[in-house]
Design a protein around this ligand. Sequence first.
Ligand SMILES: Nc1nc2c(ncn2[C@@H]2O[C@H](COP(=O)(O)OP(=O)(O)OP(=O)(O)O)[C@@H](O)[C@H]2O)c(=O)[nH]1
Ligand SMILES: [Mg+2]
Length: 241
Amino acid sequence: MSAIDRVRILVLGDSGVGKTSFVHLAAHNEPLRSPSWTVGSSVEVKLHEYKEGMKEQKTFFVEFWDIGGSHSHRNARSVFYNPCHGAILVHDLTNGKSEKNLHKWVREIGKNSRERKSSTSLNILSNSPGIGIDIEFDQESYIGNTSTIPYLVIGTKVDQSDDRKTRSESVATSLGCDEIVMDCRQTRYLAAGTSNAVKLSRFYDRAIETRAKSHKDSFTERFGDPISPTLSTKFYSPHQD
Ligand SMILES: Nc1nc2c(ncn2[C@@H]2O[C@H](COP(=O)(O)OP(=O)(O)OP(=O)(O)O)[C@@H](O)[C@H]2O)c(=O)[nH]1
Ligand SMILES: [Mg+2]
C-alpha cells in the first residue's frame, strides 16, 4: 500500500480567537468542550479526498499546525512555518483588533518563508474599510506567499457578534480568498454539504496543488525541467529523422 501524502496548513491568529476550537471541530467533527491555551504548537490531522468524485481523486492527510497566538512566544514560532502549503487566518468577530492583526500573521508567514529579498513598505489592505494599515515587510516573500499559498479567513464567535458581514469580509477580500463565519462550538457550521464545508474542501484542494507545485519546482531547480527545450533536444534529437 502506498503511503498517504501530507499537506501542511498553518492556523494563525491572536490568542483566544478560537484556533484550537476550530481545528478540533474540523479534524474530529465534534466540538472541543474546554480548550486550553496552546503553548508552541499542536498538530491535528484529518483525511481529505482531493477532487472527490473526479478521476483525479486522491486521499491526503491534512495537517493543521495550530500555532499558539501568544505574543510572548512570537520569537519561537518561526520553526513551525516551513514548509507551508496554505494558511487559515482566524479572528474573533467580537474583537475587531484580532481582525486587524491578521496582517501581522500574514507578515509572519512572509518573514519566515524561505525567500528573503528586498525590504519595502507597502500599504496592504488599505482598500478595506477600517483596516488601512502601513506595514514594514519583506515584499518579495510577502507577495511570493500571497501569490503561491492559498488563504482562508475564519471569523469565530458569530454567536456573540452582531456585526458580521462587513468586518469578516474585508480581510478575505484583500487577500482574495474565501471566508467562513462560524461558531466553533457547533458542528452544524462545518456540516457536509454546507457552503462552509465546500469552502474548506476547496481550500484543502488548493493547498494540495500548492504542495504539488512546490515539489515540482524543487525538482526542476535540482534536475532541470524535464520538458524544457534543452532536455528535449539533448535526449530526443538523435532519434529524429
Ligand atoms: N462563544 C464562542 N466561543 C468560542 C468560539 N470559538 C472558541 N470559543 C471559546 O474561546 C476560547 C478560546 O478558544 P481557543 O480555541 O482556545 O483559542 P486559541 O485561538 O486556540 O487560543 P491560543 O491557544 O491562546 O492561541 C475558549 O473558551 C473557546 O471555548 C465560538 O465560535 N463561539
Ligand atoms: Mg489554542
